[in-house]
Design a protein around this ligand. Structure first.
Ligand code: ZN
Length: 477
């Protein structure tokens, strides 16, 4: 490569779809990765296994010197330990201050899921190995370095980073990366995932979004790039009212159960906070709120030990709510599932791909008086999607067994943690930069988004270029 040049390549699934974030930055001196997440776009564990194996083949573990992370969702961090499992990797892993305990839980959970998926795949006479084990996770944690946000911190002799709040989930950051390039310094903005500005009021545990005003280039997410329904403060307010109506009607008035399948990391505390705001000060409200997920319970403890100031006070206040019942052991979970009577159950996973929420569904689905409340997007191919879209079917197959399909279903769509399309356009057009590279979306909606963004940019008399990244895109600075 040319002297003093910097090259960037989006080698992850986020080049052409939403999951599997990974960008490789190569300079004369070092190779860096910005994130290395799991691909989760496949319809089966086997498909995902192949997608992730293919992605890993593009990386030589011994060649990577540093890995930087924006936030702690699996599709941004989940494959990192695989580099250390597969080869001699000594890369330092840079994360925002406070991330370590959550990172550990997320990696351990991912190693567990991966092991279980391999066992299922291997039932068909195959011999797939998990990408990494618990043991590797414990070793990889020694490579992690937490750094402060808001200040420029040198990482190597040629590269510095400043984290700024992304507003997406707790501890999520954008990364301003400064790389020396001869006598110049180039500034690259990695947005990682950006937060939904409409939900900030209700997401008191997420640090508010901080816009970046200038840089040379942006590697920008556009998960919500497709034209279509946007959620706003009004739809969110209506959806929160709907949660209240459902809990009042099913639990308070009729002594029945409300199941809310919820992801552990961000969704569980978010929904808990909404419930606490609706009912926490009402002494006559006696409905138990069950948190039935080992991971969610461990992460709630991480929140409590990591949050600071006003957010921590609010969080601890919420967690001391007398109605909250945390279920840890599988025996207690089994017992809770067979009990009838009014209760709200938060259980993971959110899309019913695995975990205790599936066991709850196996019980609740056949009870006509109970209800499942889906909060958020459910991908095609998941059990959640099937239940949402096959209401007319008499039975639903779960793990090869038919279950009577009788319970009530409500789906609410306003709780996304992603920045909405119009806010993405407003943000990107406001940044003074040379070029914006769009990642984290499929090709067609990215092209649509690029068109509308370019129009917005030219309306403010700017000349920023916009490029839709694909697998072959090479960026040189
Ligand atoms: Zn995310």
């Amino acid at each position: 490569m040319k002297k003093n040049s910097i090259s960037l390549e989006v080698i992850g699934g986020n080049a052409e779809s939403v999951t599997g974030s990974c960008t490789k930055i190569t300079t004369k001196e070092h190779v860096y990765l910005f994130e290395l997440g799991m691909m989760q776009d496949g319809h089966t564990p086997l498909e995902n296994y192949h997608l992730n194996s293919k992605m890993l083949q593009k990386i030589k573990p011994q060649e990577i010197d540093y890995i930087m992370i924006g936030h702690l969702h699996q599709d941004h961090i989940g494959l990192i330990p695989a580099l250390y499992e597969r080869g001699k990797c000594n890369a330092k892993i840079i994360v925002p201050r406070g991330s370590l305990s959550i990172l550990k839980e997320m990696w351990l959970d991912s190693s567990y899921i991966n092991q279980r998926d391999c066992e299922i795949i291997n039932l068909k006479g195959k011999n797939y190995e998990p990408f990494y084990t618990e043991k590797t996770v414990m070793q990889v944690l020694n490579y992690v370095e937490e750094i402060e946000s808001g200040e420029i911190i040198p990482i190597s002799d040629e590269l510095s980073i400043r984290y700024k709040n992304a507003g997406h989930i707790f501890l999520s950051r954008q990364a301003e990366v400064y790389v020396k390039c001869g006598s110049h310094t180039k500034k690259i903005l990695f947005t990682s995932d950006l937060g939904n500005l409409n939900t900030l009021e209700n997401r008191v545990f997420v640090e508010p979004f901080e816009p970046v005003t200038n840089c040379n280039i942006v590697i920008g997410e556009c998960t919500y790039s497709a034209r279509g329904r946007e959620i706003n403060k009004k739809t969110l307010k209506l959806d929160i009212e709907k949660i209240k109506t459902v809990v009042d009607q099913y639990c308070v008035d009729n002594n029945h159960r409300v199941l809310i399948p919820s992801f552990s990391l961000d969704r569980t505390p978010y929904i808990l906070w909404i419930l606490y705001n609706l009912y926490g000060k009402d002494d006559s409200f006696n409905v138990p709120i069950l948190i039935d997920s080992p991971l969610a319970n461990r992460l709630l403890d991480c929140y409590s030990s990591t949050l600071e100031g006003d957010a921590k006070e609010k969080f601890d206040d919420m967690m001391s709510w007398k109605n909250i019942k945390r279920i840890i052991t599988s025996e207690d979970s089994k017992a809770a599932i067979t009990e009838k009577g009014a209760r709200v159950i938060l259980s993971s996973s959110g899309m019913l791909t695995a975990g205790r929420s599936v066991k709850w569904v196996q019980n609740i689905l056949s009870c006509a008086e109970d209800i499942i409340l889906f909060i958020g997007y459910c991908a095609e191919g998941t059990l959640a999607h099937k239940i949402q879209h096959e209401k007319e079917q008499k039975t639903i197959n779960i793990n090869g067994k038919p279950y009577k399909n009788k319970c009530q279903i409500v789906s609410l769509g306003s709780f996304s943690s992603h920045m909405q399309r119009s806010d993405l356009i407003n943000y990107y057009k406001s940044i003074n930069c040379e070029k914006i590279y769009l990642v984290h979306s499929d090709k067609d909606s990215k092209i649509e988004f690029k068109h509308d963004l370019e129009e917005a940019i030219s309306n403010c008399s700017k000349s920023t270029k916009v490029t839709c990244v694909n697998k072959g895109t090479k960026i040189s600075l």
